[in-house]
Design a protein around this ligand. Sequence first.
Ligand SMILES: [Zn+2]
Length: 61
Amino acid sequence: MTDRTTPLPLICPHCDGFASAAVTLGGRDRHGHVRTIAAHCPACHGTGITRTRRTWEGARA
Ligand SMILES: [Zn+2]
């Protein structure tokens, strides 16, 4: 029962899988909504996974 049928996706080590974040620009639009832009991780381009197998195991406790 230790074999996996599908390999685990390689989570981006730079953003730890949280590939995009909303950044407020300040102020609100005329509907009262906060104006935001999406900032993507430059390493994985907003996908949250990386295609290179670079092991960072042990980097986090
Ligand atoms: Zn990333």
